[in-house]
Write a protein that binds this ligand. Structure first.
Ligand code: CP
Length: 324
């Protein structure tokens, strides 16, 4: 694997290797000194053309824990606002000796273009492009599900075969649902999408999943229920259904959560809009893994960076605390 552009590019073995490596990275995070020397002397640039809290900060934390040199680039305040192109921006950064580019961009396909155009030699990691893909989000979600539904040690080497995952919300404008459907299908899970017809993309019937408009009948059959934000910033037309109607039909509140099996978890990639797709009591409940997903994002992104830049040795070979 030279780049990570799409969850659909990962084989079952690729994905399980990343999840197992992320478990090794999580063991390092449990130590008093959380740093590894694996990427010492390598430089990673975080190239963010769109806003982000979780992804940007967790990539930076992952890079620093692996001892990489980190350059943070935000389009706001850069020469992008003077009209500089993606190609010129990327080549300018590579001239400074960059080994990997982590890119978030509003245009679907921008990371693919960067990886395949020959503009730069660096490894490219997609941190979210338009409505297309967010592969590290799907990986950290799968990591969280495997830990919770299979077990931390019991899950090593395993996939999510037979687990029933329900993804609820704005499938049309989000990249998280598409990435999760691709990866969860590869890992053997059964996925059901629940959304109003207006928030489903054309062609969803060709995706490897079921589609339902009825959340209440899907909840009792779910091992994990992933709630997604309605991405109003990507909508041109007036939002339909109304917020109130949306929350009533597709929001997860305490009464609905009670319909889920006892072992089932509630997931959210963030940012959450409390009162819309999820009520505050559900978001703050023990069953909601939103904060756990953020922590798991650091382990998972460490694994991806390590496997792309650090070589194919088992991570544990590098899992020595940094001497300080
Ligand atoms: N889940 C996610 O991508 O969050 P951010 O937009 O804050 O990075």
């Amino acid at each position: 694997m030279r780049h990570l552009i799409s969850a659909a590019d990962l084989s079952r073995d690729d994905a399980v290797l990343i999840l197992d490596t992320a478990e090794e990275m999580a063991r390092v995070a449990d130590r008093p000194i959380k740093k590894l020397p694996a990427l010492r002397g390598r430089t990673v640039v975080n190239l963010f053309f769109e806003d982000s809290t979780r992804t940007r900060i967790s990539f930076e934390a992952a890079e620093k824990r692996l001892s990489a040199d980190v350059i943070n680039f935000a389009a706001k305040g850069s020469s992008v606002s003077k009209g500089e192109s993606l190609k010129d921006t990327a080549q300018t950064l590579e001239a400074m000796g960059v080994d990997a580019v982590v890119i978030r961009h509003g245009a679907s396909g921008a990371p693919y273009r960067l990886a395949t155009s020959g503009w730069i030699d660096a490894a490219v990691i997609n941190a979210g492009d338009g409505t297309h893909q967010h592969p590290t989000q799907a990986l950290l979600d799968a990591f969280t599900m495997r830990r919770r539904l299979v077990g931390r040690d019991a899950g090593l080497g395993k996939d999510l075969a037979g687990k029933r995952i329900t993804i609820v919300g704005d499938i049309l404008h989000g990249r998280v649902a598409r990435s999760n459907v691709d990866l969860l299908h590869t890992l053997g899970a059964e996925v059901t999408l629940v959304a109003p017809p207006t928030l489903l993309p054309v062609g969803v019937e060709t995706w490897p999943c079921e589609v339902s408009y009825d959340l209440d009948s899907t909840l009792p059959k779910s091992d994990a229920v992933m709630m997604l934000r309605v991405q109003r910033e990507r909508m041109n037309a007036a939002f339909f259904p109304t917020e109130r109607e949306y929350a009533r039909r597709y929001g997860l509140d305490g009464d609905r959560m009670a319909k889920m099996p006892e072992h089932a978890i509630v997931m959210h990639p963030g940012p959450m809009v409390r009162g819309m797709e999820i009520t505050a009591d559900v978001a703050d409940s023990d069953r909601c893994t939103a904060i756990e997903q953020v922590a798991n994002g650091v382990h998972t992104r460490m694994a991806v960076l390590y496997l792309l830049l650090g070589g194919n040795e088992p991570a544990v070979a590098h899992a020595r605390p940094e001497e300080s």
